[in-house]
Design a protein around this ligand. Sequence first.
Ligand code: UT7
Length: 331
Amino acid sequence: MSKITAAITAVGGYVPPDILANADLEKMVDTTDEWITTRTGIKERHILKGENKGVTEMAIPAVKELMRKRGITPDEIDVIICATVTGDMIFPSSACVIADKIGAKNAWGFDLQAACSGFLFGLETGAKFIESGKYKKVLLIGGDKMSAIIDYTDRNTCIIFGDGAGCVLLEPDFNGYGVQDALLHIDGSGRHYLHQKAGGSQKPPTHQTVDAKEHFVFQDGKTVFKFAVTNMAQVSYEIMERNNLSADTVTWLVPHQANLRIIDATAERMGLSRDKIMINIEKYGNTTNGTLPLLLWEWEKKLKQGDNLIFSAFGGGFTWGSVYIKWAYNG
Ligand code: UT7
């Protein structure tokens, strides 16, 4: 029998309707549209509004779209992996909530936490389940309600993040399409520069942690930028090299949307022109685990069977890496 590879066979996505534009942020903190645009490339982001709404509120419509497009029923799904840093609750996992809400009665699953690299780590994890031959349909969701953990008085972070979720279905392929290679890294010494201080077991929530705003994202932007720009570019170049790909044979770079300058530096190291890079940061900002599937969601129609896609991400931890996928179907 020929080798099993894990192919993406369907994509879904969802962004909430409410928009937070740079002009709105100008009224909230000491910033300008010009600063945000030139330093990050972001013009607006979508925000999930309303009481008692978590990340699964966005994941569910994305998954429903995916199932409709692929023509499958929820009971066909074997495994659900939800990559997020803003699960509905600390526990149970959002994968459990999603399984219940869509009626995936035969699935097991879990949440995966690797900050902005979560979807990438999920691709490698899900691919291994498929390649084992045991599982036929792995649903991988990447999404975050970043507005739940952002301090909208902190101009260092509130201009960057937005809310959104996307998902892909991984299925066995016998013609060599799908995940070809993955190069993933963690370096925990980077934890000091990008984190949420309180709410975990080291510092459970108290009145003091709330007063000190320790449940919001802390980022030392300059340091994270330096690591992100170097490592995302290097790992993307390495995966290209070790799979004998060139700037001509890479069809698309699918980069995490944290900062347009990081994306450009990565593409430059790979020798890619702008027309080969998926970019939607101007509309959505950084949706953390949502960025990569939301790019696929928008670009799906343009993709062709056999296209070489290099996914790349960098995030808190630090976590980073690249995944090489040979696209399986015409969009
Ligand atoms: O997705 C997870 C990984 N995260 C990332 O990859 C993010 C990486 N970091 C970044 O993208 C950038 O560092 C930021 C966009 C966060 C910041 O851009 P920067 O070019 O690194 O700015 P900076 O922090 O060096 O600040 C430059 C100046 C400072 O003023 P002074 O000290 O030069 O007078 C800041 O106080 O810009 C000031 N500043 C702002 N001004 C207007 C910082 N934030 C703002 C703001 N509006 N929102």
